[in-house]
Design a protein around this ligand. Structure first.
Ligand code: AMP
Ligand code: MG
Length: 411
């Protein structure tokens, strides 16, 4: 470990460069594809919509029949409903009553909406000023047969599932799920159900990590808690290397504890230990355990519960999305909000404060959630966003604009 602090951006870039998408794919029914990552382009087998159709209720007419400067009287020869078209061909001087979604009858090219037309027995009177082709949806205007409808690397959302359904596609090819092992470390860390012991604390990190990983779409493997001994840690890690794509540990990487952890990790693979120029967070390890096909990424996150969550979001999240095959990995949504709180801030490191965003008078304001200690998990519960104070930023005064990332876009 060097004494130099590594900028957040450098550590992120190093981690991302070391990750590549998992290889396996599987076919899943459309309904199970939500949140999965597309592993092959979806080529549209049909055009959407398949036929020209009406965008409005009204009359299908031939624009050439219409007078430019006076009313036109057309004879109504039939009716076209969605799903039940009109089989004939519209001839000169004729119109067809048509409903939204009905296929355009042959011969007609323009829709006159019912609100502008007047009905007179078997005829319709069309005022001047109708534009050729108006209110007509073109076949293939949504998608053309043979074109990619959805691209490889897409993290599938409800609209994507609907789009595939609109093409009549029953299954999609997606990447296999990324498997991530979660391991807590520490002699003081107890699992739920353990008999309470002097100096013990319940493990929260395995739960926050499991939640965040599940939201991301990963399969979580619970590796339990490893005591702070050489044997316990190596046994836990060795059991998981090659079995999962990544292991996320929490705790055990701070200066006081790192020595034997570093030895073990060095014997299992290649791991870099960092002191990151950030708060909370700071100590972190990242690397690969095992070799070749059976290698497993290791994210050694700090143990303090807030630091674990923050480092997960800013270092592990994008890397795991890349592993899942997401491409491109979009930055989480962030925007400027006016601070309701003065904040002390040292330039030269990135600070992540837990904030509460509120819309007041059409402007987003953000306040800090009380005590910001990196062990105070409640600050994450109370918050609805993370305030990111970048490396160059100094003290923040009330009313200054600060960068925020809403949790909704992040977790
Ligand atoms: P460490 O990084 O191991 O020095 O841990 C830093 C702090 O985080 C200590 O106060 C630990 O007790 C606490 N901590 C470590 N692991 C966990 C965990 N799994 N759940 C809750 N707190 C933890
Ligand atoms: Mg520890």
């Amino acid at each position: 470990m060097t004494d130099r602090f590594t900028p957040v951006a450098d550590a992120r870039a190093h981690i991302l460069a070391a990750c590549s998408p998992v290889r396996g794919t599987q076919r899943v029914p459309l309904r199970d594809a939500l949140g999965r990552v597309l592993a092959a382009d979806v080529i549209s087998p049909v055009s959407v919509p398949p036929h020209d159709n009406s965008a409005m209720d009204g009359y299908a007419v031939r624009h050439a029949d219409l007078s430019a400067d006076g009313d036109t009287r057309l004879f109504i020869v039939g009716q076209a409903f969605a799903g039940h078209g009109w089989a004939g061909e519209v001839a000169a001087g004729q119109a067809v009553r048509i409903m939204t979604g009905a296929v355009m009858p042959a011969g007609a090219d323009t829709i006159v909406i019912q609100e502008t037309a007047r009905l007179d027995g078997d005829t319709v009177i069309v005022p001047p000023g109708q534009k050729a082709g108006q209110h007509r949806r073109r076949a293939g205007e949504d998608l053309r047969a043979g074109e990619p409808a959805l691209r490889t690397g897409r993290l599938l959302r409800p609209a994507d599932i609907g789009l595939a359904a609109s093409l009549g596609i029953p299954e999609l090819t997606v990447r296999r799920r990324v498997r991530v092992g979660v391991l807590s470390t520490g002699d003081e860390v107890m699992s739920i159900g353990d008999a309470p012991r002097e100096g013990g604390i319940y493990d929260s990190n395995r739960y926050t990590l499991t939640g965040m990983l599940t939201r991301l779409g990963c399969e979580v493997v619970d590796l339990g808690v490893a005591r702070d001994t050489r044997e316990a840690l190596s046994a836990a890690l060795e059991s998981a290397v090659g079995e999962v794509d990544a292991i996320i540990t929490s705790g055990g990487v701070s200066v006081g504890e790192a020595d034997f952890v570093r030895e073990i990790l060095a014997s299992l693979g290649e791991v870099t230990f960092w002191k990151i120029a950030m708060k909370p967070g700071r100590p972190m390890a990242f690397g690969k355990l095992g070799r070749g096909e059976r290698s497993t990424l290791l994210f050694g996150l700090p143990g303090n519960p807030v630091a674990t969550m923050v480092t997960f979001h800013f270092f592990a999240r994008d890397a795991l999305l890349k592993l899942m095959g997401v491409s491109p990995v979009a930055a989480p949504i962030h925007f400027a909000a006016l601070s309701d709180t003065a904040m002390k801030k040292q330039p030269g490191r990135t600070e992540y404060q837990r904030g509460i965003l509120e819309l007041r008078d059409g402007q987003w304001h953000v306040a800090v959630t009380g005590a910001q200690g990196s062990g105070i998990l409640r600050s994450m519960c109370d918050a609805n966003c993370i305030i990111v104070l970048g490396d160059d930023c100094g003290n923040v005064a009330v009313g200054d604009a600060v960068n925020v990332i809403p949790f909704e876009g992040l977790i």
